[in-house]
Design a protein around this ligand. Sequence first.
Ligand code: HEC
Length: 154
Amino acid sequence: MRTPGKMELAAAAWAMAVFLLSTSQARAFFHSGPDLEQGRAIYTANCASCHGANLEGQPNWRTGNEDGTYPAPPHDENGHTWHHGDTMLFDYIKRGGQAALDDMGVDFPSGMPGFGGRLTDEEINVVLDYIKSTWPEDIRAQQEERSTLEAGEP
Ligand code: HEC
């Protein structure tokens, strides 16, 4: 049996690398970008009924309901979702508005349910990534800055 040449070894190594990259675990490792398709699916199934199919929010979302709650605000750049840092947004989705507002000492009835029992932490982050992906560049940059400030980093 002859010894394989350098080129053949390189080709074998390349084939191996391509094979490894095609396994889903490897893809998850190398794929650092958010999965926006999954995010959109989670959004459509869980959030669109209130926040709108196109993140437009409910009509007259700035006007309170009779019971003191507010309609669901938009998540696009016309709303105030991007005014908040990641920690607050995650918490609001996971525990729901009431728990988050109570902790902040805000005496206000929330209409935002908690999704901690229905979505994993990973899914909450994926749906947030999807929401952010719809924002223009400057809005994304401003929200990122708030997240950094919120996290107490310089
Ligand atoms: C039953 C209606 C309803 C559903 C379903 C719902 N929300 Fe909300 N959401 C609200 C309302 C109403 C508010 C306004 C604040 C409040 O009442 O606490 C809100 C506020 C928020 C906020 C606060 C930040 C802000 O200022 O915009 C975030 C983030 C949020 N929702 C994300 C989500 C996500 C993500 C989903 C799906 C996983 C979802 N919501 C599903 C009603 C809903």
